[in-house]
Structure formats: C-alpha cells, structure tokens
Design a protein around this ligand. Structure first.
Ligand code: URA
Length: 237
C-alpha cells in the first residue's frame, strides 16, 4: 500500500473516531448527563429539569408503550399504526430502515411490503432468518405519501431508536439507506460514500448499505449490497 493510501486510511479512521465521540456526546447531552455535570454548581434549576426529562426505559415493552402513545410530532395524526420494530431482543444484528410505508402502516410491522420482501431475501441469503435479527426504523410513523422524513421528525423520533439499540446491544448494525446511515452516523455524506466499510456507532460496528427499495429501482447495485452483507457475515460469525 502506498503512503498516500495509508494516510487516507489514517485520516478516515480519525474522522470516524471523531464522529463516534461526537455522537456519543450528543447522546449524553440528549440524556441530560453532560448538562447535569456542567451545571451542577451553578444552575440547579436546569439540573433538575434535565434530570426530570431523562427517560429511562427498563425493557422493550416500556419503549413500545411510549411509542404507541406518542404524539410528539404531527405524524401521529395520519398514522394507522405505529411501526415499533420486530425480531429478537437478543439479536446480534439489527437492521435500521428509514420509515414505515403504506403496508407497514397498515400492518404495524416493519418491512412487510415489496422492500420488505427484498430485505427478507437479503437476510436469508446471509443464512439468517427474520426472527433471529431485529428490524427497526428511524421513524415509527409513516410520513404521508411516503415522503422523506423531515429533520425535526427524525430528531423527535430518534430517541426511541436509541433506546431500542441500547437495550438490544447488538454487535452489528446494518443501516439501510441514506436516512438511517446519516442519522446514526451524524453525517451528511451520501450513502454511496458511507457504504462498503464499517463505521462505529456507540462502540457497535455499523455497516451502511443501499436501502432495499433503492435496490428494487436500481438492481445494478445488488453486487454492492452483496459485498456489504458479506462483510457483515464475516464479522457476525
Ligand atoms: N422502508 C423502510 O425504510 N422501512 C420500512 O419499514 C418499510 C420500507
């Protein structure tokens, strides 16, 4: 390997580390920890407020009931069902998609439409089954007309995903598509740039790859997805 290639590997690892530290700190701030520490001596009010806003979930049922009664963003008005997530709570591998579509909204389950069939094929080609893994989305409610999630919807809903991942503690996360990858990695890079190598999310190996719906529209990217899932399989076993 030439010096230039080595240097770019080092820089890319360094940037990954910075991204991991940044996302860890952001999560701590979200949970109220750093505010509590910084303000301990000077602003007791904000300490109390940040502590009271910490939501600690002890199990998946607690997260599920919070999601099922959630009215924090306008998407609750147009949903038929919330789509919480599905699979094993002891899964070593979690797939994270974008948001429920029409079929998912109707059935209350993630990835049950055409893109879901594609994802099931991918999981089975990896020698696994859906009940062995866990499948969740960044948004738990369907955006009207399947439009892209809005940043404020992602910000409001992401804590539920964070809570799910903290309980499951998977070894590997596969982020499906731009929104899942950019949200978890706090990145604005394109999925074509992010995919193909492991990143780190809260100490967990995270592989971004193309979304199965994108694959249905662009079958020429099948090979890329297959390369990505092979890397996951090598890490999994
Ligand atoms: N697309 C997603 O990102 N998630 C689903 O659950 C279904 C389609």
């Amino acid at each position: 390997m030439g010096n230039r290639a080595k240097n770019s590997d080092i820089i890319s690892e360094y940037l990954d580390t910075l991204t991991t530290v940044k996302s860890y700190l952001e999560e701590q701030i979200y949970l109220g920890f750093s505010e509590t520490q910084i303000n301990r001596s000077s602003q007791d009010d904000s300490k109390e407020q940040s502590e009271s806003s910490i939501v600690v979930y002890n199990n998946m049922d607690e997260i599920r009931s919070a999601v099922e009664s959630c009215q924090l963003c306008p998407l609750h008005k147009t949903r038929t069902n919330v789509v919480f997530g599905d699979g094993s709570e002891e899964a070593k591998l979690v797939f994270v998609g974008e948001a429920p579509g029409t079929d998912e909204d109707k059935q209350g389950k993630p990835f049950v439409g055409k893109a879901g069939q594609k994802l099931t094929q991918i999981i089975e080609a990896m020698g696994l089954s859906r009940p062995e893994v866990y499948i969740a989305n960044v948004l738990k409610c369907r955006p009207p007309r399947n439009r892209n999630p809005k940043p404020e919807e992602i910000e409001t809903c992401e804590p539920y995903l964070i809570a799910q991942l903290r309980l499951i503690k998977p070894r590997i996360i596969c982020a499906l598509g731009t929104f899942a990858a950019q949200t978890l990695l706090r990145s604005d890079k394109r999925i074509s740039t992010l995919r193909g190598r492991f990143h780190t999310y809260q100490g967990i190996r995270l592989m971004p790859t193309y979304h199965p719906a994108y694959l249905l529209r662009n079958p020429k990217f099948k090979r890329d997805v297959w390369e990505d899932v092979q890397k996951i399989m090598a890490e999994y076993s």
